[in-house]
Ligand binder design. Structure first.
Ligand code: ADP
Ligand code: MG
Length: 718
């Protein structure tokens, strides 16, 4: 019988609002203020944090062996009686060894612990003790069998075994708090609280999936019953895992469903529904036809915009798929209805580029566009602000500067956010607040694996441009090691000879723009003096003055610069179709998503393009995997899947950017099926139980309110 079963009989019904989830952990018996400090390092601050602090792996110590049948070098568990306890000091004095001799009816075993003298008092002759550990034959003692630093536990008829003789949970440790101590504390806390844990999930769903009750799931995720399968627990697919990941994902999706619903019900924005001529006029101006995918996405946008409820649409399209032109069409629809549009890009260089290309079209259509970036001179900026406020400008293109105070729109009807993964959720929301429920279009080339999309963008409508403009051939990507850089340079020269252009991108040194700068500048000087002295070379980095940046970008765009040496300022958005080759220095320092973005600067025209990745030894295992993925695929979605696998969902999108609450049990890769089910159930539940006000939803509601408090902005904005 385990503690859970022992105490289950009473079965009192506790209400969610009564359970002391938020009690500071220091008041949990056995913790106290000193330990609470260590626990905080593990992210454990409340009783809830403690109960949800699950083991990261399990060891199966259920099978008891007889001492005589112990095999060398295998992890095994025995039960024996203490015969003798001694403290041995080694000649080197540094080492104090507690040696305990135990016996069962088959033989004697010695267990040794180093520098844990207190154990000498812990073990008493005659007591029954369980040990788990690896055995080895001690060559100095005639080959007798010993265990070094085994896990130990006294056998007590009244108490359940927690460290040995069962499937044992292993917790992440921190200095001052061992897994063993956590295990004891956890058992104490479970004994005290587990039977009081209230149910949160609607009964209907528990029945539908035959889920364990919440309290039982929590208990057995810490202490699986001995009939459990340790391997199943270690793979994260046990019954309590399933129940608890469903919980997390269901709560998340319920939040998203509520948010989406509140918009649908209450928000009344602008209906852009009058027919107009600007789109047709634009189609006559652009030198190409839209692809099928672009047309499809455009019609989705038109439909959204025509409705009174504000549009919330994300366009996902791989690098070079032609998102900009589609966004421009949305902009024209807004302008045609007498509204202004705002277009936000993450870098000044990209904002400038949009200003040039989109501006060209707008002018031809008799509309006005203004640029607003933070590196503008004060006077220029003031003029721009005035034009925005008076409504003179139809389209405002800019960087973060757009969301600052002091920027007032006369009549903002549409906001577009380009490369949205470079912005935080809150920044997106701020832009939206510059108008009265404007429509919102956000774009990203960082493909979000579907599972993550369902969480991060769960309340948005998603359009996918899954087709590249015709005539593009896949970029050829190859890997060079530093020593063979000369070959890479020869390939660049080959392209330049054909009249093409190229990029050389310099390493990214985390958190040190200065060093980045130096690396780029030195490389620029070298290349200019030597290998490419007969070519026109430009240098581009973030510290240049605005006019300098503009001039260099324009020279490159218009073909007056052959080779651009740049820092990662060119990472996103830059569009120069004649550039067909890119060399990336110190490629091992870049993340996968970033590499894919960078590579997307070439292959934007009809010519064969190349990406040359130059790596320095030694490569880490992950580094190798990243580069293999790059060489092996041009498909942003495939690359994102690998990236998600390598980095895990937490890192893939920083929490700040995703607004995603941390997941404790669920794993977005492993639990795709659970996520899909939870999403469907949550949206259906919210449909049938609006606002969760009915008695059936009450426990769920109070659980949600508590859990997502403080993340409320995450629930109500964006
Ligand atoms: P991204 O989706 O990466 O933002 P862009 O919108 O910058 O891509 O488009 C990449 C390039 O493809 C641009 O030079 C653009 O003019 C061109 N382009 C866009 N749509 C088409 C199309 N349907 N046919 C041909 N070229 C296109
Ligand atoms: Mg773009």
């Amino acid at each position: 019988m385990n503690a859970y079963q022992a105490e289950k009989k009473e079965e009192p019904t506790y209400n969610e609002s009564v359970f002391p989830w938020e009690t500071p952990v220091q008041y949990v018996k056995g913790v106290g203020p000193a330990r609470a400090i260590f626990m905080a390092k593990l992210g454990i601050e409340t009783l809830e944090d403690l109960l949800y602090f699950f083991p990261f792996r399990y060891e199966d110590r259920t099978a008891l062996k007889k001492i005589a049948s112990l095999l060398p070098s295998e992890e095994q568990t025995i039960l024996g009686e203490v015969r003798a306890v001694s403290l041995v000091e080694t000649p080197r004095k540094r080492m104090k060894i507690v040696d305990v001799a135990l016996s069962d009816e088959t033989g004697i075993l010695h267990a040794k612990w180093f520098n844990q003298s207190y154990l000498k008092e812990y073990f008493k002759v005659g007591e029954k003790v369980m040990l788990s550990g690896r055995t080895k034959a001690n060559a100095y003692s005639g080959g007798r069998l010993e265990m070094e630093s085994p896990q130990y536990e006294k056998l007590d008829e009244k108490e359940p075994q927690i460290h040995t003789g069962r499937i044992v949970p292993i917790y992440h440790e921190t200095k001052g708090l061992t897994s063993r101590q956590i295990r004891s504390l956890m058992m104490g806390a479970l004994n005290r609280y587990v039977r009081m844990i209230p149910e949160m999930l609607p009964t209907e769903l528990i029945k539908k999936y035959k889920f364990l009750p919440l309290s039982k799931a929590i208990y057995s995720l810490h202490f699986p019953s001995n009939e459990g399968d340790a391997a199943l627990f270690n793979s994260g697919k046990s019954l309590p895992h399933k129940r608890l990941s469903f919980d997390e994902l269901f709560l998340l999706q319920t939040g998203l469903a509520l948010r989406k619903r509140s918009r649908t019900e209450e928000e009344r924005g602008i209906a852009f529904s009058r027919p107009g001529t600007l789109l047709t006029e634009l189609r006559d101006l652009i030198p190409f036809e839209l692809t099928g995918a672009q047309e499809r996405v455009l019609s989705q946008i038109k439909k959204d915009m025509a409705e009174i409820k504000p549009m919330n649409r994300l366009i996902q399209g791989d690098v070079g798929s032609g998102k900009t032109i589609v966004a421009l069409m949305a902009v024209l629809i807004a302008i045609e209805h007498g509204f202004q549009a705002a277009f936000m890009a993450p870098t000044e260089i990209l904002a400038e580029q949009h200003f040039q290309t989109l501006g060209k079209y707008l002018k031809k259509l008799g509309k006005t566009v203004v640029l607003l970036t933070s590196d503008m001179k004060k006077k220029e900026k003031n003029v721009a602000l005035l034009e925005i406020e008076s409504g003179v400008s139809d389209l405002v293109i800019g960087t973060h500067a757009l969301i600052q105070e002091g920027v007032h729109f006369k009549k903002l009807g549409l906001t577009v956010v380009d490369e949205q993964h470079k912005f935080g959720v809150l920044q997106r929301a701020k832009l939206r607040q510059k108008g009265v429920l404007p429509d919102m279009l956000i774009m990203t080339a960082t493909p979000i694996p579907r599972t993550l999309g369902m969480t991060v963008y769960g309340d948005l409508n998603i359009s996918i441009i899954d087709e590249l403009p015709p005539g593009r051939s896949p970029i050829r990507t190859s890997l060079f090691y530093g020593k063979r850089r000369d070959r890479a340079y020869r390939m660049i020269e080959g392209e330049l000879k054909k009249g093409r252009q190229g990029y050389v991108v310099c390493p990214l040194v985390v958190a040190s723009e200065k060093i980045d700068l130096r690396a780029a500048t030195e490389l620029y000087e070298d290349l200019k003096k030597e290998i490419f002295r007969h070519r026109r070379i430009g240098l581009l980095h973030g510290r240049l003055k605005r006019e300098e940046k503009d001039r260099i970008m324009r020279d490159f765009k218009e073909g007056r610069v052959d080779l651009l040496i740049a820092t990662t300022v060119v990472e996103v958005g830059i569009d120069v179709p004649n550039a067909t080759i890119m060399l990336i220095e110190h490629v091992e320092r870049f993340g996968l998503a970033q590499l894919h973005q960078l590579r997307g600067r070439v292959g934007r025209g009809s010519e064969q393009s190349h990406c040359l990745m130059v790596a320095e030894f030694p490569l880490s295992k992950e580094g190798k995997r990243r580069l293999e993925a790059m060489v092996g695929s041009n498909d942003g979605f495939k690359i994102a899947e690998v990236d998600l696998e390598i980095r895990g969902p937490g890192e893939f999108f920083g929490t700040r950017q995703s607004g995603l609450p941390a997941l404790r049990v669920a794993n977005l890769i492993r639990d795709v099926k659970i996520l899909e089910a939870a999403r469907k159930d949550a949206f259906e539940w919210v449909d049938r139980h609006p606002h969760l006000k009915d008695p059936e939803s009450r426990p769920l509601r109070s659980f949600m309110e508590r859990k997502w408090r403080g993340k409320l902005e995450w629930l109500t904005t964006a």
